[in-house]
Design a protein around this ligand. Structure first.
Ligand code: ZN
Ligand code: ZN
Length: 432
């Protein structure tokens, strides 16, 4: 006799095949903001921006505001994306370093401890002269360090973009335990001596990890300061990349894959490595898009066309745009507004025009980065969902204040993926 649960699963899949609704999820990093006074009006970069495509989607769709983790909790980009993509960040957060390493294309194993890192410039007393070594890395320097072995652990180094790197500590023998509970070596300011890595827990794994990190910093500095590439840099007036500043330790573990969890296939289009890393962590395919940089000059049209092409193969495509957050951190209202206008014209318009009429389009942010405070904040973010089956509301423009009057009211990041899955036909029924 067939199990009733099998019948249910069969029906669910059948329904999904028949409906075949696809979805595009656009996340503009740090898009949410607080109103600031401009002339006689109170405006946010989003309300001030000229965004006819987003406004039309809002007018034809359903809107709301969303506490991506929960009200008042200030999300990091990594935890926020876990929540938006349907993974409880309190349960599934592996630490920033893990996402950076995965985003750099490294394969990780259980028990690996990963860090994000910067090439930096230090003087002979290890005082930091430039935390980012002139924002320039070098593959030859990577090669000089990568593969170093210390105390039964291999150190893997990848130079990703500019001065940015990922570092992985991989135990070479069974039983060598490492820990993410170690302090950062990066004091986050120039003119200060490099910090020693300290265990943050009173156990062998944390003590061993801190000792290995400190030995790695010492040995890699010895190699880097004598390296011909750095002598060459000094001659050209480029700050030598003679130190690696490690931070954001994380421990890799495996989580339930996205398709297993939600019943449909998803792909990620992003420029910055953190978001590619989160996507890989949960088993999404990451698509390579030429000139998708994660910077304000990113090629949004290329991202749009990569996403549209991917919809032929995948059910959901997640598109990430980073620069809105950068402008928030810089306190640059005009820059953020212009970036949103570019997103409207070069990304949203393209997706809208080409996507099939039954393709859902959802637009939201991972958190607010108000230009007035130049950091992430706990303010809820706007969300719109456009497509067949959504209940239209009276909202006619896409911004934080209008969205708050929409039919979705106020929800949490954890609600997004179940809602999209339901609209797409990949619902999971609770009960019979
Ligand atoms: Zn973010
Ligand atoms: Zn940020």
């Amino acid at each position: 006799m067939r199990e009733p649960s099998n019948i249910k699963i069969f029906l669910e899949r059948f329904q999904a095949v028949v409906m075949g609704v696809k979805a595009v999820l656009i996340v503009c990093d740090g898009m949410g903001d607080r109103p600031v006074r401009r002339g006689h009006e109170w405006e946010t970069p989003l309300s001030a921006a000229n965004t006819p495509n987003l406004d039309e989607l809002a007018a034809e769709g359903v809107n709301g505001i969303m506490d991506v983790i929960s009200p008042g909790i200030v999300p990091g980009s990594d935890t926020a994306h876990l929540a938006l993509l349907g993974y409880d960040p309190y349960e599934h957060y592996a630490g920033r370093g893990v996402f950076e390493a995965l985003g750099a294309g490294l394969e990780l194993r259980e028990c690996d401890v990963a860090f994000r890192a910067n090439f930096a410039t230090v003087d002979e007393r290890l005082v930091i002269k430039d935390r980012r070594a002139g924002r320039k890395g070098d593959k030859r320097l990577e090669a000089a360090i990568d593969g170093m072995e210390i105390d039964g652990v291999r150190v893997i180094l990848r130079n990703t973009v500019g001065h940015r790197c990922a570092v992985v500590l991989r135990p070479l023998e069974e039983g060598v335990k490492l820990s993410k509970y170690v302090s950062d070596c990066d004091p986050h300011a120039d003119g200060i001596r490099v910090a020693e890595c300290k265990p943050l827990r009173d156990d062998d794994a944390a003590r061993r990890t801190a000792a290995i990190v400190n030995e790695f910093l010492r040995r890699s500095h010895e190699i880097l300061k004598e390296h011909p590439v750095n002598k060459e840099r000094a001659e050209r007036g480029v700050p030598p990349a003679n130190f690696l500043l490690l931070r954001g330790a994380g421990e890799f573990f495996r989580v339930e894959g996205f398709e297993e969890r939600w019943g449909f296939r998803a792909a990620c289009v992003a420029g910055a490595s953190l978001y590619k890393g989160v996507a890989r962590f949960i088993g999404m395919d990451v698509l390579h898009v030429e000139n998708a940089t994660g910077d304000p000059n990113t090629d949004l049209r290329a991202k749009a066309s990569a996403a549209l092409k991917a919809l032929e193969e995948y059910d959901l495509v997640f598109i990430h745009v980073k620069a809105t957050d950068n402008f928030g951190h810089d306190g640059d209202f005009e820059g953020k507004k212009r970036m949103l206008e570019r997103i409207d014209e070069e990304l949203v318009a393209e997706v809208r025009e080409v996507a099939r009429s039954d393709t859902l389009i959802a637009v939201t942010a991972d958190h607010s980065t108000p230009v007035s405070v130049k950091r992430h904040s706990g303010d809820p973010v706007p969300l719109l969902i456009h497509g067949e089956g959504v209940r239209r509301d009276d909202v006619s423009s896409f911004d934080e204040l209008s969205a708050a009057r929409g039919g979705l009211c106020r929800l949490r990041g954890a609600d997004l993926m179940p809602m999209l899955a339901d609209l797409m036909g990949f619902f999971k029924m609770y009960g019979t």
